[in-house]
Design a protein around this ligand. Structure first.
Ligand SMILES: NC(=O)c1ccc[n+]([C@@H]2O[C@H](COP(=O)([O-])OP(=O)(O)OC[C@H]3O[C@@H](n4cnc5c(N)ncnc54)[C@H](OP(=O)(O)O)[C@@H]3O)[C@@H](O)[C@H]2O)c1
Ligand SMILES: C[C@@H]1O[C@H](OP(=O)(O)OP(=O)(O)OC[C@H]2O[C@@H](n3cnc4c(=O)[nH]c(N)nc43)[C@H](O)[C@@H]2O)[C@@H](O)[C@H](O)[C@@H]1O
Length: 316
């Protein structure tokens, strides 16, 4: 990839988009373009097409989406299906119609069936029923994967989909209603600690298994897909290692130094029992994560402490 290529990072202020931006800047890419949702609402088809054409964008990295944890997904199904379809359709079709040759689409591990055999292989797509707490978001993401696959199959363009496992890191959303589990736990244990080690209430049973990837590693996988023409259309991105939500809670409690009790709130959903990624396809091509969970949680907590007064809180 030419370092002067004009690359649009959709969602460049988000957790993933900002990590991609930092990584590409460090590697000497000089022509990165970003727009906030206030500047360019990606749900608006004409605005997106006009922007791509006017800016003469050469590559699109789609890290823009309506994103949230289990409760947000379960509470706002229409926003999760419709906003994501609008954003990705406008970007994918807008790019295709302008002849943009390279497109990197980010989906999610929840595209795979709830009870698919573990670890989840790319070939498990569309072989069974989805997890009900996030099927709306998953259907949108599946349609994005299929649109990119169709363009690749029919027109031979390098449109590729990366399916990240659960991500975390700097610039995450720490709002307790809309966030994912890892930032929620960091905040809850931190607040419990500074309030005198008060009990912390966590959701569900603690038994579901999850895999977590540090956002800088996710960004490196996008750079890898940018700099190489990958031979297939769909790749899982993760560590290939998972742990229970209870074990995650213990790890975060230790990192934060909270000494109080943990209460499990069974009125909140568990979600899918397990979604461990088979990452052998990306490993075979040469990408592998670098940051393990302990190190990533520690880095994220350090960032949280420095930014606690202005952390991101995404409202629906
Ligand atoms: N976080 C995870 O655990 C996880 C796991 C798997 C996959 N992913 C995928 O990774 C990608 C990035 O997620 P993230 O965690 O970085 O999310 P994030 O921090 O919430 O960032 C999403 C970005 O999308 C932008 N956006 C949303 N709606 C928009 C609209 N209508 N118009 C323009 N921009 C819009 C937002 O821009 P503004 O800030 O300007 O409003 C925001 O910066 C998404 O495709 C997501 O599905 C995330
Ligand atoms: C990566 C994303 O994963 C999402 O699924 P999913 O891992 O269940 O989403 P999370 O919200 O990260 O929740 C993971 C697990 O952590 C439990 N959990 C425990 N305490 C908390 C808490 O305080 N906050 C949160 N949020 N969870 C908590 C939650 O019940 C669930 O079993 C999907 O809904 C999205 O569509 C997307 O795919």
């Amino acid at each position: 990839m030419n370092k002067e290529s004009k690359i649009f990072i959709a969602g460049h202020r988000g957790m993933v988009g900002s990590a991609i931006w930092r990584s590409l800047s460090e590697k000497g890419y000089t022509n990165l373009i970003g727009r906030t949702s206030a500047e360019l609402d990606l749900r608006k088809q004409k605005a997106v097409s006009d922007f791509l054409e006017y800016e003469k964008i050469e590559v699109v990295i789609d890290a823009a989406a309506r994103v949230g944890g289990i409760l947000a997904n379960n509470t706002y199904p229409y926003q999760f299906i419709m906003e994501n379809m609008l954003i990705q359709n406008n970007l994918i079709n807008g790019a295709f119609e302008l002849g943009i040759k390279k497109f990197i689409f980010l989906g999610s591990s929840c595209i795979y069936p709830r009870l698919a055999s573990q670890p989840l292989k790319e070939a498990s797509l569309l072989t069974g029923e989805l997890e009900p707490t996030n099927e709306w978001y998953a259907v949108a993401k599946i349609s994005g994967v299929k649109a990119c696959e169709a363009i690749r199959k029919q027109y031979g363009l390098d449109y590729v989909s990366l399916m990240p496992t659960n991500l975390y890191g700097t610039h995450d959303n720490f709002d307790l209603e809309t966030s994912h589990v890892l930032p929620a736990m960091l905040r809850k244990f931190h607040e419990g600690k500074i309030n005198g080690h008060t009990p912390v209430k966590l959701w569900g049973s603690g038994t579901p298994m999850r895999e977590f990837l540090f956002v800088n590693d996710m960004a490196e996988s996008v750079v890898f897909a940018l700099e190489n023409t990958l031979p297939d259309h769909l790749y899982n991105i993760g560590t290939g290692v998972d742990l229970s939500i209870k074990e995650l809670a213990e790890t975060i409690q230790r990192t934060v130094g909270h000494k109080g009790e943990i209460i499990w709130d069974s009125s909140k959903p568990d979600g899918t029992p397990r979604k461990l990624m088979d990452v052998s396809k990306m490993h075979d091509l040469g990408w592998k994560h670098q940051v393990d969970l302990e190190e990533g949680v520690s880095k994220t907590y350090q960032w949280f402490l420095k930014n606690v007064d202005h952390i991101k809180k995404v409202k629906m």
